[in-house]
Design a protein around this ligand. Structure first.
Ligand code: SAM
Length: 282
């Protein structure tokens, strides 16, 4: 293979996400890929989290957005200068004292490298990749046991390359509307909510909740009006399904879940894919 072709092939190779993330769609990637539009212009993911579909697809033009500031600051820092992050992580190991030290820090007082280091460290070594905060917005997840190691320099460098074509936006999902144009593909994976569910600070206080469902549906309507495609992942037991226009397509799925992250508490969850184009299934 010629060297330019080889480079192109490497640049397109599917990647694993950089971070651990509760609610990640890693196991559903083949199904999501089978149910995407065949062609599209930009890729847009307003609730990106670990962005596992994005890293697997590696589209050339994209907008990734999330309400989690630490996540977006870290992606931005890696994209801008991955070497600084690699150097900061050099020789660093899993250590309870360091975990607790970092957890106590107010991230807004740190420079972008230290802030990203803190996020990557806590994400790697916390319980099950959960991001939860208290009412004051302080990360409060305990350290985990089976966490694996910090990302390698090669992994960080791959992630930086994959992020080159992405605009990274911090904020509420509605902020992404202005970037959506005809022929774009929007993949949405908001937190699953239920009426009356207690807010325990999952994904941070102020994140998407039951009251936001009508706003999400009007956002989907706007995507549709713009002539862009959308694919939404959601739980089946939600009021959302009753509010969807009948012209949109739905595909119900049974997904293996570990309740609260514990392997011994397996369950089958009913989820649904919703799109404004015909879905294929597997
Ligand atoms: C289920 S996770 C997405 C997981 C992602 N698909 C993956 O594979 O990792 C939901 C994400 O929505 C983000 N989020 C919650 N409320 C939001 C809001 N109002 N606007 C934008 N993002 C939000 C959370 O921070 C979280 O990263």
């Amino acid at each position: 293979m010629a060297s330019a072709e080889y480079k192109e092939e490497v640049a397109r190779r599917p990647l694993e996400p950089l971070i651990r993330w509760a609610g990640s769609k890693k196991k559903l990637i083949p199904l999501l890929k089978a149910n995407m539009p065949k062609t599209f212009n930009k890729y847009i993911e307003p609730f990106c989290g670990s962005a596992c579909l994005y890293f697997s697809l590696r589209p050339t033009k994209a907008v990734l957005s999330d309400i989690n500031k630490e996540l977006i600051v870290s992606y931005k820092t890696i994209k801008k200068d991955s070497k600084k992050i690699t150097e900061r992580l050099l020789g660093v190991e899993k250590c309870k004292t360091e975990y607790l030290r970092l957890r106590e820090l107010d991230p807004s007082t740190l420079d972008e490298v230290e802030r990203s280091y803190r996020f990557i460290y806590l994400n790697r070594f916390c319980f099950n990749g959960v991001y939860r905060t208290n009412r004051e917005g302080r990360f409060n997840v305990p350290m985990g046991t089976k966490t694996g190691n910090l990302p390698t320099p090669a992994k960080i460098s791959d992630c930086a390359k994959a992020l080159k074509g992405a605009s990274l936006i911090y904020g509420d999902f509605k902020k992404t509307l202005k970037y959506i144009e005809q022929g774009d593909f929007v993949y949405l994976d908001p937190p699953y909510t239920k009426e009356g569910a207690k807010n325990r600070g999952e994904y941070g206080h102020g994140s998407f909740n039951y009251q936001d469902i009508p706003t999400l549906i009007s956002y989907l309507e706007k995507i549709d009006e713009k002539g862009a495609y959308f694919l939404l992942s959601y739980s089946c037991d939600s009021a959302l399904l009753d509010l969807l226009p009948s012209r949109w397509y739905k595909l119900e799925l049974s997904v293996n879940r570990h309740v609260a992250g514990f392997k011994q508490h397996r369950s089958i969850a009913k989820e649904v894919l919703v799109a404004n184009y015909e879905l294929a299934s597997l």
